[in-house]
Structure formats: C-alpha cells, structure tokens
Design a binder for this molecule. Structure first.
Ligand SMILES: Nc1nc2c(ncn2[C@@H]2O[C@H](COP(=O)(O)OP(=O)(O)OP(=O)(O)O)[C@@H](O)[C@H]2O)c(=O)[nH]1
Ligand SMILES: [Mg+2]
Length: 377
C-alpha cells in the first residue's frame, strides 16, 4: 500500500471515532440550549429593555436611518406640569387610593373627598359648595362607583375654573402697562423677568419700570432680568417716588414705540394703609396718557395657602386686580388655592410660577391643573 494512502486511511478512521464520541454529548446538551419551558411570558430581561426591541422593529420595517441630532439643537427635556407640582399632587392623590378601594360611594367616601380638598387648600366654603353640586349630579345621574365620582369631581372643578378669561390683554399700537403688585417676596420681580422673555419671544418690545424704590437692590435685580430678556430698564434713585419712576418708564416706552411696560412695585405689607394708598396712586398715574393699563396682576405665593386669599382681599380693595400670578407651585404649595381665589374673589389665575429660572413661568391651564392634581404620585 502507498504510504499516502495509509495516512489518509488513519486520518479517516480517527475522525470517525472522534465524531462517534462527541455527537451523543452534543445531542444530550441540546435541550439545555432552549429557553426553559416554564419561563413566564412577558417577564425576564427580553421584555425589560423596550427601547432595544423597538429599535429592532424599526430596522426590520426598513425605515430610513435617522441622522443623530446635533446636541446643540436638542431642546432641554422640560419636566411636565404634572411632575413639577409635586406637593400639590401628593396632597389630593394621597386620598385617592383609599377612596377608590371602596366598592361603593358611602359616607366615608364623601368625608375623605372633603378632607382631601380642604387639605389641598381649596378652602372650606368652596369645597362644601363644590361637593354639594357633585352630590346633586351623582344622585341625578346615578353615579355609583368611586372612580366615576372622582371623574365627576374633576369635571366640576374644571367647569368652575373654565368660566374665566385667562389671557393677558394688550392693545396694539398703545403703550400697554402691566402692573405687578403683591407682598414681599412673593415673586413679583422674578415674574416680570420671566414674562419679559416670553413677551420678547412673541415679538413685543418690553420696558421694565423699577417701581420698587424702597431698596436699591430691587432695581439691580430687575436690571439683571432686563439684560437676560433684552428689555430696556428705567430706574430711579433709592427712595424716589414709585409713581414717577413708572411714569418715566411709560414715557420712555412711548418714545421708543415699545409695546409693553412691565412695572414692578415694592412688596407691601397689606395692613399698612399708607402703602395701599401709594399703590392707588401708582395705578392712577400709570393710567395717564400715554399709559394704557391693561393688566394689574396680583402675585401670590402659593405656599402661603389661604393666607394668599387674605392678601388678595386687601389688594383688590386698593386696585382693580385683573389676574393672579400664582408662584412657587413647584414648592410645598398644595394648589387648591387656585379654586379658592376663583370661587371667593372671581379673579382668574393667569400665570403659574414653577421655579426660579427664566423658563419657569407658564400660562395656567385649568384642565392640565385639575388632571395633575388628581394624578397618582
Ligand atoms: N421655587 C420658586 N421660587 C420662586 C418662584 N418665583 C419666585 N421665586 C423666588 O422667590 C424669591 C422672591 O422673589 P422676588 O421676585 O424677589 O419677589 P418680590 O415679590 O419681587 O419680592 P420683594 O421685592 O421683596 O417685594 C426669589 O428667591 C425667587 O427666586 C417660583 O415660581 N418658584
Ligand atoms: Mg421685587
């Protein structure tokens, strides 16, 4: 036999023996490579990583590849209104689980609802009033589940909040003046700063008038906001007459052809009659030609709860308040004060402050507000 033939024969025999030894082992391990038959469907790592799954689906559908967006044009992900009113949400939603856990609407359900609303700062009067209306509706419509009852309460709240015109008024071609009033530290100056930016973004030319002349720092603070918003600042010396500074601002705005004067005022203690007198004077002077006052906005700190209502009563006696700016709803505020203000004073909340930065001012949306208030924590 040829030596090459012998080598070939040996190699062949060896290969055959190896295959015979290994094949049964591989067959024996086969079932282990399959997923266990008892593995629960929908659980486990494969379903946790949803984005990957969706990416794969996109690829299979043959969608064109999306070019990655350059980081500089990515808008910052803003938390939703619902996320930002943490405390307000927590107060009402803390009761929801208990209310919903009952099989029917009973006396305790009504008690808990009442307690939830009062604790959320809606106030005793408006709460009683609102629940009376809901009770009538529940009877008339045969509402019998706690879930349907909560929907009825939400609808009633929305209905009560929907009566108001919440727009900020400005007349084209006029030197519009928006006055900001409110006690110390509620957020008047900050709100003016935030609002100036929003107004500039819609193309309005804004002048800020530093009517808080009690502290030099007040005009400095307003100046910083004016720079950020590209607004013109008109200020006077510390201790100067607030009315004349605001009037200077209006005159300047008229000369420039500016659309809007945002006028700051000093934080006032509402129990000081002289300070209220000064506010009346500011309002009177701001309305003189060429001034055209279209909004007098009362700024209230939502965290002060029902005390805000007391402040509102005093201010509305001094000047005709056209709307409320409710600040610090991002903090420990409970939110229900919105309904109390509307119910007791008939003044619409027009703007809501949700933080200290320039982007933290939004228009008040009753539906969004009520839904957020009742959403789970
Ligand atoms: N968290 C939070 N803080 C706010 C909001 N609005 C204002 N602030 C803060 O509240 C503080 C007082 O705000 P100001 O704008 O100075 O209040 P003011 O009403 O002008 O106060 P006076 O000039 O003293 O009358 C500042 O520290 C602001 O940053 C808001 O919506 N949320
Ligand atoms: Mg101020």
């Amino acid at each position: 036999m040829e030596p090459a033939l012998i080598i070939l024969l040996v190699v062949g025999v060896l290969a055959g023996v190896t295959l015979a030894l290994v094949a049964p082992r591989l067959r024996g391990r086969g079932p282990e490579l399959e997923p266990p038959a008892t593995r629960p469907v929908g659980r486990g790592p494969a379903t946790v990583d949803r984005p990957d799954v969706e990416d794969e689906v996109d690829v299979e559908l043959g969608e064109p590849p999306v070019a990655p967006t350059p980081p500089e044009v990515l808008a910052p992900l803003k938390p939703s209104f619902r996320e930002r009113i943490g405390k307000a949400r927590g107060t009402v939603s803390g009761y929801l689980g208990s209310i919903l856990s009952r099989s029917a609407i009973d006396a305790e359900t009504w008690d808990e609802l009442e307690e939830a609303l009062i604790r959320a700062d809606v106030g005793v009067g408006p709460t009683t009033d609102m629940l009376d209306a809901v009770r009538t509706q529940v009877k008339a419509e045969g509402v019998d589940t706690p879930a349907a009852l909560l929907e009825a309460v939400k609808d009633e709240m929305k209905r009560r909040l929907h009566v108001a015109d919440r727009s900020l008024h400005a007349d084209e071609g006029k030197t519009n003046v928006w006055l900001f009033v409110g006690v110390n530290g509620v957020g008047k100056t900050t709100t003016i700063g935030k609002l100036a930016k929003l107004e500039a973004e819609v193309g309005r030319t804004v002048v800020m008038a530093a009517g808080d002349t009690f502290r030099a720092a007040a005009a400095e603070q307003l100046g910083t906001w004016a720079e950020r918003a590209g607004a013109t600042l008109v200020r006077g010396a510390e201790g100067a007459d607030p009315s004349s500074i605001i009037f200077d601002g209006i005159t300047k705005a008229a000369a420039m052809g500016a659309d809007l004067v945002l006028a700051d005022t000093a934080g006032r203690l509402h129990n000081k009659t002289n300070l209220m007198d000064e506010l009346r004077k500011v309002r009177r002077v701001a309305g003189k030609e060429p001034g055209h006052v279209t909004e007098t906005l009362l700024v209230l700190d939502a965290t002060t709860g029902q005390n805000g209502l007391a402040q509102a009563r005093v201010f509305t006696e001094a000047v005709e308040v056209t709307g409320v700016v409710l600040t610090k709803l991002d903090g420990s505020a409970k939110g229900g004060i919105v309904l109390a203000i509307q119910a007791e004073l008939g003044i619409p909340v027009k703007l809501v402050g949700l933080g200290e930065t320039v982007d933290d001012l939004i228009a008040f949306d009753p539906d969004e507000f009520v839904d957020a208030l009742f959403s789970a924590p």
